[in-house]
Each structure stands twice: as C-alpha cells, then as structure tokens.
Design a protein around this ligand. Structure first.
Ligand code: NAP
Ligand code: MG
Length: 452
C-alpha cells in the first residue's frame, strides 16, 4: 500500500504517515456520499442549519488544536493558524443561514403558477491546495453542504492533517456519516476521479492555473460545472499622492504573509516614478522588521516555505535579479527563505510569473494610464491594491484594473461575506459572499396549471 509522509517544514523532518487513497476508495466514498446526500436534502431547512451551527461550534472548541496542527504541517505562524481555524467556524456559521434563505421565484404566467427551486447538485468534489488547507476547504464545503449537497474533499498531499481533523469534527458534531468525507491521495488519482466520476456533479478546484485548465477540460467532457480559483500576480499600485508611509509599512505584509504562498500576494509593487526612491527608503525598515522564524512563536510574522523543492523554485527567481532589499531567516534544516525585494522590468520573469514565495518585484510607472496598463499586463487577474489620496483616481483605477478582488488604501481581500475570485487566468466563478450557496444549486422551473 502506498503511503504519504507528512513533513514539518520548520525542521524538514517527517512526523506522520498515512495511506494514499486509490480510485476504488474514491468510488466507495462517492457511493456513501450519494446515499447521505439524499437524506440530508430531505431534512427540513432548519435542521440542516442547526447541524451546520453544531459543526461550527465544534470547530470553535478545537481552534487551538487545529491551529497547532497547521503550524506543524504547514509552518503557518500560530497567530495566523488560529485565525484560519476560527475562520472555518465563521464560514460555517455564515452559511448555516443559507438553507432557510435559498429563495426561489414566483413568476407571473397565464393559466397557472410558475415557481423556481434551487436544487442541490448532489455530490460535490472539492480539491484544495497546500497553502491554506483549512480556509480554502471551508469556502467550498460550507456553502455546498448548506445548499443540500454531500461533499468529498481532497486536501493536498503535503497538508492533509487539518482537513482530516475537520472531517472527524463534522462527525463528532453530529453530521451524518458519508455527508462530508475527506479523501487523502494524489491529485492525479483522487482529484482526477472527482473529475471523471459520473456521480460527482460539480467540482471546485483551487490550485495552479496549469492543473486548473486540465480539471476544467475534464469537467467539460462530463458536462460538469466547475469553479476555479487559480494563480495570481497581483499589483500593489502606489501613486505619488498616496500616504507613502502607510503604503510602505503595509507592503511587506501584503506579499510576505504566509511566506508569499498566497494566491492574492501583491507580488508586484508598481510605484510612480517621482516617489520611487522615497518609497524604497520607507520600505527598507518595514522589510527589516519582518520577523521570520519558528512559527509556533507568537511574535513571528512568517514561517518556512512548504517544501524543499518549492524553496528551490522560489530561489531560482533570484538568479541574476537586482536585489534591492533582503530580510533575514533562520538557518537549520527547515525550508527557510529570507524575503527579497527586487528591482525589475516588465519583461523580467520575476515580474511576470507567479513565484508563490516571499519575493516582490518593484517596477516604476509614469502616470495613471501607465499604472493601469502595467497592472493589466499579466495573464492573471486575482487581486490588487491601489494607494492614493484622490477619490476620483481610486474609483477610476479600481474600475480599470482587471482583477476580481481589489482594495483601496488597504490590502484586504478575504471577508467570508463578500465575493472572492479571479478574472482571466486567475479563475472562473466566485466563492464566498451572499450568493455562494446558490452556486451549489441548479435552478428548476415548475409550472402548475390551474385550469379547472
Ligand atoms: P496544484 O499543483 O495545482 O495542486 C492543487 C490541488 O490539485 C492539490 O490538491 C493537488 O493534489 C491537486 N491536483 C494536482 N494535479 C491534479 C490533477 N491532474 N487533477 C486533479 N487534481 C490535481 O497547486 P499547488 O501547487 O498545490 O498550489 C499552489 C497554486 O494554487 C498557486 O498557483 C496558487 O496561486 C493557487 N491558489 C489559488 C487560490 C485562489 O483562491 N485563487 C488560493 C490558493 C492557491 P496533490 O498536490 O496532492 O497531488
Ligand atoms: Mg502542485
């Protein structure tokens, strides 16, 4: 039997082994999910809501345990990991409001009554990457369950532990057997089986654009709807009229958070030429103050990268690069990497490719039109930030940048009650926000004749 070895990225040492699921294991899980879904969808809406609230409470009671597990498996700083675990409970609570609010329509027609229903798909397959194992999973499973579906969830092989624990907590909270199952295995086997299995009726994929395209192509052959949350190369646009101190102080967090392994990382800083040098001066102390170290410590901003091979890939971006600023990182056998600020030109690989590590490219621009052109000069369109004290400019630029999630004079991108997702090569469809449960349903129209 093939096994997965789970490694602590802070030490490089293995600490857990688990079995790798086969295609037959997926098929068995889907068969259980089909049965569980029928009973779940037949429950009163209020009963499904209560069950999700109970799941949320159970997660809340285990925030510390889940957070510690994420520190060990993913190297997230403990403060971030606690936020992530608590976020799962909040997402569950938010979508617990959905079963009683999946409103259909009554449409005026002659000779009868016309009504629409939001019917669940049935079984939903959710494929999750390693960078935010808990939160990204919950953005799929909470609204999917709320809408009356069953869920099979595939975590990344590198980071399966918190997902497995969430599966246990669902059962402990009283969710029926088979309704929410976590299947640990490789993408090419388990993920692909979600795509090809006729009883998995919708797929949610978060991960690289390359694999996402492949998943979408497979879903197309099965006429299966798919939501894709893919890569990014988001711009942090700093205009000369911005509060430069504030913009510089916030810039490291916007790209080095989670060691840059964040699809929303503002990994290109576009700075108006007239304040370029001043901005770099202000950025220097902010980068020096960024604390990289043992993620179990409360006072750390950033832990290690996820794996040795990922660190190699990130480091390659610094070959021949013009490094303006470099932070610090511990030595030892963990997958540590000191954050780097690189001066770049628009054609440089460091300014075009998603690095998914703590490396940021700084590029100058001349005026507003140039800033918009540079920001949109990317295959991606996930997130972005705009720093300016001019309201008109903030409105113009935020409407002109082709990204799904933008923030002005801040770097926030994720609130569970607002929509999230990317344009262009960053994705298809939206997660979170008030409409997410509806995205896990298809509309049925029924006409009732009233003629006597
Ligand atoms: P990845 O290689 O695309 O993997 C993502 C998930 O897909 C993993 O669970 C992986 O499984 C699985 N997978 C791999 N090959 C597959 C296949 N042929 N069929 C079905 N599933 C397959 O991405 P990653 O390296 O884990 O994550 C980094 C990427 O995710 C970055 O590009 C990042 O931008 C993106 N991301 C996007 C968002 C967003 O919301 N837009 C959020 C987070 C991350 P195994 O690895 O276990 O084999
Ligand atoms: Mg991968």
């Amino acid at each position: 039997m093939s096994t997965i070895t789970v490694i602590d990225p802070s030490t490089g040492l293995p600490f857990h082994e688990l079995a790798r699921a086969t295609e037959a294991d997926v098929d068995a899980a889907v068969a259980r999910a089909v049965a569980a879904q029928r009973a779940w969808a037949a429950l009163a809406p209020g009963a499904r809501a209560d069950a999700l609230r109970a799941f949320a409470r159970t997660v809340e009671e285990h925030v510390e345990e889940l957070a510690r597990l994420e520190v060990r498996n993913s190297g997230h700083p403990i403060g971030s990991a606690r936020w992530e675990a608590a976020h799962v409970a909040q997402v569950l609570n938010y979508y617990a409001g959905a079963p009683e609010r999946l409103l259909g329509r009554q449409i005026p027609v002659p000779g009868g009554i016309d009504v629409t229903f939001h019917e669940p798909y049935g079984v939903v397959g959710i494929i999750v990457p390693w960078n935010f194992p808990m939160t990204i999973a919950s953005w799929g499973f909470a609204p999917a369950l709320a809408a009356g579906n069953a869920v099979v969830l595939k975590p990344a092989e590198l980071t399966p532990l918190t997902a497995l624990r969430l599966g246990e907590l669902a059962l402990a909270a009283g969710l029926p057997e088979g309704l929410f199952q976590v299947v640990v295995g490789s993408g090419s086997v388990v993920g692909q089986r979600f795509v090809s299995h006729p009883d998995v009726r919708k797929v949610v994929f978060t991960g690289s654009t390359e694999v996402g395209v492949d998943v979408a192509a497979g879903c197309a052959r099965m006429l299966k709807p798919v939501t894709l949350e893919l890569g990014g190369k988001s711009a942090n646009i700093v205009f000369a009229d911005a509060d430069l101190e504030k913009a510089a102080a916030a810039a490291p967090g916007a790209v080095f958070d989670n060691a840059g392994q964040d699809c929303c990382a503002r990994s290109r800083i576009l700075v108006q030429r007239s304040v370029h040098d001043r901005f770099l001066e202000l950025l220097e102390p902010a980068v020096s103050a960024w604390r990289v170290g043992d993620p179990s410590r409360e006072d750390v901003d950033m832990g290690p990268l996820i794996s040795a091979s990922h660190r190699e890939g990130v480091a390659a971006f610094l070959d021949g690069a013009d490094i303006a600023l470099r932070g610090t990182a511990p030595g030892g056998d963990g997958f540590w990497f000191a954050p780097a600020v690189v001066l770049a030109q628009p054609q440089d690989r460091v300014a075009r490719d998603e690095i998914f590590g703590p490396v940021v490219a700084v590029l100058p621009f001349d005026d507003e039109a140039d800033a918009i052109r540079l920001a949109n000069d990317s295959i991606y369109g996930l997130a972005g930030s705009i720093w300016t004290e001019s309201l008109g400019r903030a409105v113009r630029v935020s409407r002109a940048v082709k990204s799904g999630v933008l923030s002005v004079n801040s770097h926030s991108s994720v609130r569970y009650w607002t929509p999230f997702g990317g344009m262009k090569a960053s994705g298809l469809g939206r997660e979170l926000g008030p409409d997410a449960a509806e995205h896990f349903t298809e509309t049925k129209n029924v006409f009732f004749a009233t003629d006597a």
